[in-house]
Design a protein around this ligand. Structure first.
Ligand code: 5CA
Length: 431
């Protein structure tokens, strides 16, 4: 993509209600525009990151055997009345009437709808287990939407639902998802910390929350240091669940079961939450299957959520400096910027175009900064939007036979011989 053709409305003045760094940087980098409280338009740069995150989430769900589908955002109230949550959900639920006066709502989550789909088609234990998910917008009329996309009213969530014959197999499904979650966050270059959690309005008695470490996070976490060095190839959910981890109001120094030298204290942000709630919804919504003996029994269910749009903010909280965002390679909107400092100079432009076509041909998402603007603005914009690797092409460098390569993540800048540039950059990009 040529910068001159791309729409990145970077801005200098940040609205005063942007309190946290990710909110400020998302506005500054032209990623989002608020439409009304807690509701945002995703501008091209923000949308690219959202899609990259969504794709990692999708791949790990598919790897774990979950089926992708899509349920509507608008639901009828009927199933919610049956589950008993139509009243329980209170003001957080956005209620709408259609032209015939039927009560509808903008879904805050999908336990009811998916249970109804399940019971329509599945009647035998032979078809279990099943795991279904979608990545869809949700609406929760939060009392205080704040922190940009981190606590929105409209937000993108990946939610899936597992169906099993009994508690034992339901726990296998739960642990599969647990593992998929850790892998998902590790792929994004984050450090996930899993904690036992409250179940709240979703219900049930087994639940884990997934926080990621970020110095500017809202919660304070106390946890076993082992949780910081997980190997994605050998994750054992049972073992991970046995490590100590607690949020500050649950942590008691005197009762903490691990040695002081093994205890770490860091800030975190909740990005995922999983629940096992047994037959809570299947009983009320009649999701029964026949077991081996022909007896009809209610299926055991779990639900699993990842805040896809929240992750955009959380990733920035975990990866930024005073110049702007530092995207981990796996989610970066552009992996490489080619910055032509002198578009008027034939040598600079020939070289920049050559690198651009070379890396685009290699399927590297590249931003070619071909704008007619000051050198300072070019450099600061590319740092602000956080491109991990930047090739900086200037007239004086070319005369000296070199090109500058900046690594935004390692915070290094080196002058590389022109002939070596493609090799060095390809290595950094892993391609
Ligand atoms: N039905 C269950 C699991 S599918 C559920 O709704 N769980 S949840 O309420 O914990 O939400 C799942 C994830 O969505 C949270 O971990 C969080 O990352 C994200 N989330 C929840 N509320 C918001 C919000 N207001 N803004 C942005 N993300 C949110």
């Amino acid at each position: 993509m040529k910068y001159s053709e791309f729409f990145i409305p970077t801005v200098k003045d940040i609205p005063s209600d942007a309190e946290i760094i990710s909110h400020k940087l998302m506005i500054k980098a032209g990623m989002i525009k608020q439409s009304s409280a807690g509701i945002y338009s995703w501008l091209p740069l923000g949308f690219k990151v959202l899609k990259n995150i969504e794709q990692i989430v999708r791949e790990e769900q598919n790897n774990a055997g979950a089926n992708e589908m899509l349920m509507p955002t608008i639901q009828s109230s009927d199933l919610w009345v049956k589950s008993g949550r139509y009243d329980d959900y209170g003001k957080e639920m956005l209620r709408i009437k259609d032209r015939s006066g039927r009560e509808m709502l903008y879904g805050p989550t999908n336990e009811e709808l998916i249970t109804d789909i399940f019971q329509t088609y599945i009647t035998s234990y032979k078809e279990l287990p099943k795991n279904l998910y979608h990545i869809q917008w949700k609406f929760r009329d939060e009392v205080r939407p704040r922190f940009g996309v981190m606590r929105g009213r409209e937000f993108l969530m990946k939610d899936n639902y597992s169906f099993d014959l009994n508690e034992e197999t339901a726990k296998i499904s739960y642990n599969k998802m647990f593992k998929a979650y850790i892998k998902t966050f590790l792929r994004m270059g984050l450090t996930p910390i899993s904690l036992r959690a409250e179940t709240g309005p979703i219900g049930g008695n087994l639940s884990h929350e997934f926080q990621i470490l970020a110095n500017t996070g809202e919660s304070t976490l106390y946890y076993d240091k082992e949780l910081e060095s997980l190997d994605p190839e050998s994750l054992d959910p049972e073992k991970l669940q046995s490590y100590y981890a607690a949020v500050d109001d649950e942590h008691d120094e005197d009762k903490c079961p691990i040695k002081k030298e093994d205890l770490k204290i860091s800030k975190g942000i909740e990005v995922g939450h999983i629940f096992y709630f047994g037959t809570k919804y299947s009983q009320k919504l009649k999701a029964y299957v026949q077991d081996k003996n022909g007896k009809r029994i209610a299926v055991h269910m779990g639900s699993y959520g990842i805040g896809v749009s929240r992750l955009v903010g959380a990733l920035i909280e975990a990866n930024h400096d005073e110049k702007g965002i530092k995207w981990p390679m796996s989610v970066a909107p552009f992996k490489l910027s080619i910055i032509n400092l002198m578009p008027d100079d034939q040598n600079c432009t020939t070289m920049a175009s050559d690198y651009y076509s070379n890396f685009m041909a290699g399927n590297i998402d590249t931003l070619y900064d071909d704008r007619e603007c000051s050198i300072g603005k070019k450099l600061s914009d590319n740092d602000l939007i956080g491109t991990p690797i930047q090739i900086i092409i200037g007239k004086r460098d070319i005369s000296a036979g070199v090109v500058e390569i900046k690594d935004r993540l390692l915070d290094t800048s080196e002058k590389i011989q022109i002939d070596d540039v493609k090799k060095v950059v390809s290595k950094k990009l892993n391609f």
